[in-house]
Design a protein around this ligand. Structure first.
Ligand code: CDP
Length: 229
C-alpha cells in the first residue's frame, strides 16, 4: 500500500468528526494524521496567554516569530499532539476559551501564510491525512482524495458537548452550539481561504453514520485511488 502514497484532505464544518475519520484512515493506511485546526488553536492559546489583542492583526502578525508549533507522537492514543514552543498543549487547545477566539485568528492572512507553509512541508512526501477547512483548496490542492464532511448542527453540537463533558469541562449544550455556529459563519465567510468545496471533493454526511460506516466509505474511496495507480 505504501508504494503509492497519497495525500488525503478532509475539510468541513466544525466538529463533524473530521479528526475521528482522519485518525482512522491514517491508521489503516499507515499514514500520518495531522489536525491542522490544532495549529490555529495553538496560535490562539499563545495570544491569550501573552495577553495579545487578538483583534489587532499587526500585533498578532508581529508575534508569530515567537511561536513555534510542532507535533509529538503520543504512543498511547496514536496521535500527533500539538506543541507550542515545546510544550504539549493538545488538551488545553480544546478548551472553550480557545474555541471562542480561534476563528478570529484563523481569518488573519499572516497566520494562515505561516501555518499553511508548515502544513505543506509536512505533506511534501505524501502519506498524510490532514483535516481542516482549506486543506483541499489551499494546502494540498493536488491531494489525490478530498473529502468534505458534514453533519447536522444538532448532532455536531451533541458530539462536541459530550467530548468536553467527558474531559471534565464545564459547558452547556447551548454554549457549544452557539460556538460551532459562529465559527462556521466566520470560517465560511472570511476572505482568505474560506471553508468551501470544489467539484473534486467527495461529500460525506455522517449525521446518521457510525464510525465504522464512515470509515468504510472513506476507505473504499482511498483504496480505489491507491489500487488504480
Ligand atoms: O475540531 P473543530 O472542528 O471544532 O475545529 P478545528 O478543526 O480544531 O479548527 C478550529 C478552527 O481553526 C476552525 O473553526 C477554523 O477557524 C480554524 N481552521 C482553519 O481556519 N483552517 C484549517 N485548516 C483548520 C482550522
Amino acid at each position: 500500500m505504501n508504494q503509492n502514497k497519497i495525500n488525503i484532505a478532509i475539510d468541513g464544518y466544525s466538529s463533524c468528526g473530521k479528526g475521528t475519520l482522519a485518525k482512522q484512515l491514517a491508521k489503516l493506511l499507515g499514514y500520518k494524521f495531522i489536525d491542522s485546526g490544532s495549529m490555529y488553536r495553538a496560535v490562539t492559546l499563545y495570544c491569550i496567554e501573552k495577553d495579545i489583542d487578538i483583534s489587532n492583526e499587526t500585533l498578532v502578525s508581529n508575534e508569530l516569530k515567537q511561536v513555534t508549533i510542532g507535533f509529538e507522537f503520543n504512543e498511547k492514543n496514536e496521535r500527533f499532539e500539538v506543541t507550542l514552543n515545546g510544550r504539549n498543549v493538545e488538551a488545553e487547545v480544546r478548551e472553550m476559551k480557545v474555541a471562542s477566539r480561534v476563528s478570529e485568528i484563523a481569518a488573519q492572512s499572516a497566520v494562515r501564510k505561516y501555518l499553511v507553509s508548515m502544513q505543506q512541508k509536512i505533506g511534501k512526501d505524501k502519506g498524510v491525512v490532514m483535516d481542516g477547512r482549506d486543506i483541499g483548496t489551499v494546502v494540498f490542492p493536488d491531494a489525490e482524495l478530498k473529502i468534505f464532511m458534514t453533519a447536522s448542527v444538532e448532532v455536531r453540537s451533541e458530539r462536541r458537548f459530550n467530548e468536553l463533558i467527558t474531559a471534565g469541562k464545564e459547558v452547556t449544550l447551548s454554549e457549544v452550539m452557539a460556538n460551532l455556529s459562529e465559527r462556521d459563519r466566520i470560517d465560511s465567510s472570511r476572505e482568505d481561504s474560506p471553508l468551501t468545496m470544489t467539484n473534486d471533493y467527495k461529500v460525506l454526511d455522517n449525521t446518521q453514520l457510525s464510525r465504522d460506516e464512515q470509515l468504510n466509505i472513506a476507505k473504499s474511496w482511498a483504496l480505489e485511488y491507491i489500487n488504480q495507480n
